[in-house]
Design a protein around this ligand. Structure first.
Ligand code: FMN
Length: 302
C-alpha cells in the first residue's frame, strides 16, 4: 500500500502530521513512540524573538473539546535552531516550523531566518486568536493574507504553507489569497473563538476571557471548510480540527485534504498519531485501496 503524499513539495511518508502547539518540539512524545512513524511534525509557533504568553488559567475543558489562550509563548527562533532542531533531526520525519509575528516585517524576518535552516517547510500562522496585536489583523481579509504571504514567499525557497483562521465569513476568500500569493499549501483550521463562564464566580474561566476552541467539537466545521476550500483552490490542503482517529482522517481526505494534522487529540491519547496511521491503513485494506492519494477529494455529494 502506498501511504506517501505530497504536501506542496514536502514528501510525507504518510498523511499524518501533528499540529502546532500541541506537540511542543516532540521531546515529550518521543518517550511514547518513535517520531519517525508519522509524516511530519509541525512545531509550536515560534517567533523571531522570544515571547511571553498570557496569564493562567490558559486552558479549560469544554464539551467534546477545550479552550486555550496560551498567547503563543515561545523561546524564539535562535533558541529553536540551537536546541530543538538538532533534537528533531534525530527522527526520520519531516519538520515543518510554524511561525508568526506581530507585524508583516516580523513574518518576513522570521521566514528569512527559517530559510537558512535544515527544515522541510514553513507554516505561517495567520490565525492566532489569542494575541492582542498581531496575526489576526492580517488573517481576516483577502488583501491581508495576500500581502503577508507574498512578502514571505519572496524570501523563502522552501515549501510555504499558510494556516488560516476559521473566524471569518468565507474561508474560501482567504484560501484563494494564499494561492494567488504563490504559497505551496494551505492549512485549516485553527481554533474557533469561544468563551466559558464560571457561573458561581460569574467570570470567564480563562484569564484572557476568550480562547480558541479545538477538539472533536469543531470537526464538522473543519470538514465543511476543507471541502469548500478544495472546490476553490488547487494547492494542497493540510486538514485539521478535531481529528482523533483514522476514520476522522479519512473524512478530511475525502473532503479534499492531502494530509491531516492532529492537535488536541494528542492530549487525550499520546499514541493517537501512530494509531491514526494504522486506522488509515485499515480503511484502505477494507476497501481494497492501494494508494492513499486515491481517497483525496473523492467525496460524492448528495
Ligand atoms: C494548546 C494549544 C496551542 C496551540 N498553539 C498553536 C500555535 O502555536 N500555532 C498554531 O498555528 N496553532 C496553534 N494551535 C492550534 C492547533 O494547531 C490546531 O489548529 C487547532 O487546535 C485545531 O486542531 P485540533 O482540534 O486537532 O486541536 C494550538 C492549539 C492548542 C489546543
Amino acid at each position: 500500500m502506498n501511504l506517501e503524499v505530497n504536501l506542496g513539495g514536502i514528501k510525507l511518508k504518510n498523511p499524518v502530521t501533528v499540529a502546532s502547539g500541541t506537540f511542543g518540539y516532540g521531546r515529550e512524545y518521543s518517550e511514547f513512540y518513535d517520531l519517525g512513524e508519522i509524516g511530519a511534525i509541525c512545531t509550536k509557533g515560534t517567533s523571531l524573538r522570544p515571547k511571553t504568553g498570557n496569564k493562567a488559567p490558559r486552558v479549560c475543558e469544554t464539551s467534546s473539546g477545550m479552550l486555550n489562550a496560551i498567547g503563543l509563548e515561545n523561546k524564539g527562533l535562535e533558541y529553536f535552531a540551537e536546541f530543538d532542531l538538532p533534537f528533531l533531526k534525530k527522527f526520520d520525519t519531516k519538520i515543518i516550523v510554524n511561525t508568526f509575528g506581530s507585524t508583516v516585517e516580523d513574518y518576513v524576518e522570521a521566514c528569512r531566518f527559517l530559510n537558512k535552516l535544515d527544515i522541510d517547510g514553513v507554516e505561517i500562522n495567520l490565525s492566532c486568536p489569542n494575541v492582542k496585536a498581531g496575526c489576526m489583523a492580517f488573517g481576516n481579509t483577502y488583501e491581508g493574507v495576500k500581502e503577508v504571504t507574498e512578502k514571505c514567499r519572496r524570501v523563502i525557497d522552501k515549501p510555504l504553507i499558510v494556516k488560516l483562521t476559521p473566524n471569518v465569513t468565507d474561508i474560501t476568500q482567504t484560501a484563494k489569497a494564499v494561492e494567488d500569493a504563490g504559497a505551496d499549501g494551505v492549512s485549516l483550521i485553527n481554533t474557533l473563538m469561544g468563551m466559558k463562564i464560571d457561573i458561581d464566580k460569574r467570570r470567564p474561566v480563562l484569564a484572557n476571557n476568550t480562547g480558541g476552541l479545538s477538539g472533536p467539537a469543531i470537526k464538522p466545521v473543519a470538514v465543511r471548510m476543507v471541502y469548500q476550500v478544495a472546490q476553490k483552490v488547487k494547492i494542497p490542503i493540510l486538514g485539521l480540527g478535531g481529528i482523533v482517529s483514522g476514520d476522522d482522517a479519512i473524512e478530511f481526505m475525502l473532503a479534499g485534504a492531502s494530509a491531516i494534522s492532529i492537535g488536541s487529540g494528542n492530549f487525550i491519547d499520546p499514541y493517537v498519531a501512530p494509531k491514526t496511521v494504522k486506522g488509515i491503513e485499515d480503511y484502505m485494506k477494507k476497501y481494497n485501496i492501494s494508494d492513499v492519494n486515491d481517497i483525496i477529494g473523492k467525496v460524492e455529494m448528495n
